[in-house]
Design a protein around this ligand. Sequence first.
Ligand code: PGA
Ligand code: ZN
Length: 421
Amino acid sequence: MTARIERIDALEILDSRGNPTIRVNVHLDNGITGTASVPSGASTGENEAVELRDGDAGRYGGKGVRKAVENVEGRISAALKGRDPLDQAELDQIMIDLDGTPTKADLGANAILGVSQALCRAAAATSGMPLYAYLGGVGATHLPIPMMNVLNGGKHADSGMDFQEFMIYPHGAPSFAEALRYGAETFHALKKILTKQGYSTGVGDEGGFAPKLKSNDEACDLIVEAIEAAGYRPGADIAIALDPAASSFFEEGVYRLSRSGQGDLSSDDIVALFRRWVEKYPIVSIEDSHAESDWAGYSAITAALGDRIQIVGDDNLVTNTRFIAKGIAEKACNAALIKLNQIGTVSETVSAIQMCRKAGWAYVISHRSGETEDPFIADFAVAMGGGQIKTGSACRSERIAKYNRLLEIEHALGSRAVLGA
Ligand code: PGA
Ligand code: ZN
């Protein structure tokens, strides 16, 4: 007999930054409950789906999510009650229609996504399958190579770096477990180097170190040194991936590198800078090199470097087929960052990925800087098979939860597991 949705409840919990977020429980009439928690970004794109916050200054500085909880327990629960949890696309569409706004501003994308993800979990459990197999089928055997954010700057840390993320990418490893080991060992080598040079080793929002370095270049130099100190070959075993998140330092039409004292750069200067860096450092991927409004800048860097490295769009594409289509038409990138809460349902996220695949684009499944212990994206990354995940450094349990889940999945897949796309 088909299971039916009996009731949906939700609660306000805290994310890794101590801000409220939502956890949703979907209860089925066969006794199964699917649970999911929703993350939250700091360097958000302007066209992201709306995260509904209470705006009551007397609670959590206005960041409470009681209204989103109310929307789940009231209108959404009533609309989905009695439905088959396996009808994911249909149920997501019911919520999209119930909301009625283009940005999910009425019910809140946090409320809708929490339900959408919890539905997947309930449906997977009812089907007797692990989440990655339920979402990805028998072909879901590809583990993602982790982009590990070992130096945090921009809006994620009060460090010396204008650029938000300096990541290591252990693409030379033979398995996910080995890739994670390469990354963790390099992270520890970097800590030793920073300590020796008198830098702080406190970490930022995504678990990377946040030292007051003298320049953005120094960050790359230190990473190369750490890769070697850990016994790996820069480029061959471990490469570098960057997310400058350039919208966060784009002011009055210029790229203002004020923290590092490197002055104001034009859109073309940014292209020239990364052209030099790609020559000098083993960089394989650059995300948001330009501000989200500077589409010409994205197209210029893709024209200059797109045949050599991955150019990823995040803030400009916001996991939305409307903007990904524009990016494809304008050759603005050759890859997309994929964040479920930028668009607000699992089905729409899958559509965004399908559009990338059709265009021959790569895609990277990503966490947010404000995370929870929910490892949903680990299963989702294996299910989607794109071969890349961005989920932080080698510390902070909200990041490690995803890595540990990927280890578990690789273990379960045994000899069928493959690293990368
Ligand atoms: P966010 O940062 O979660 O703060 O938006 C992640 C990113 O820019 O990729
Ligand atoms: Zn980004």
